[in-house]
Design a protein around this ligand. Structure first.
Ligand code: FES
Ligand code: FES
Length: 153
């Protein structure tokens, strides 16, 4: 099997896997980074969202063959102590219900706020609309993104 080199949460990693192995499998099964969740497996729910070179991507649908040399950030790498402004806003708004979708929600929100630190309500809704929450915590999710923006922007 081929070997692929990528940087995950600032650490260079070398993985030997089949070329069509999705990044989500590499993260969870090979690197033991299980904060990123499997939801639909077909790029529809956003549970598996991570950053690739700073952009939010769906790791369930990205084969490792496209990732050689890329910089990946997962929820584990967002901050050392869970104190990224988005994570703090999430805590302040008490966002999660079951929590399953939340890593993906936070990764989408952080990539979005990095590009647009002062969004309006419509921009927040539009940025977050592809991340499904089976507990329907959408109102708190949107409020937390706005709160984080007020602290970052
Ligand atoms: S698990 Fe990747 S988008 Fe649903
Ligand atoms: S908090 Fe349960 S799926 Fe979103």
């Amino acid at each position: 099997m081929p070997t692929y080199n990528l940087t995950v949460n600032g650490i260079p990693q070398s993985v030997e896997v089949a070329e069509d192995t999705p990044l989500l499998w590499v993260l969870r099964d090979h690197l033991n980074l299980v904060g990123t969740k499997f939801g639909c497996g077909i790029a529809q729910c956003g549970a598996c969202t991570v950053h690739m070179d700073g952009n939010a991507v769906r790791s369930c649908s990205l084969p490792i063959s496209l990732l050689d040399g890329k910089e990946i950030t997962t929820i584990e790498g967002l901050s050392d102590n869970g104190d990224h402004p988005v994570q703090l806003a999430w805590k302040e708004m008490d966002v999660p219900q079951c929590g399953y979708c939340q890593a993906g929600q936070i990764m989408t929100a952080t990539a979005f706020l990095n590009k647009n630190p002062s969004p309006d309500e419509a921009e927040i809704k539009s940025a977050m609309h592809g991340n499904i929450c089976r507990c329907a915590a959408y109102v708190r999710i949107h409020k937390a993104v706005a709160l984080a923006a007020s602290k970052i922007g």
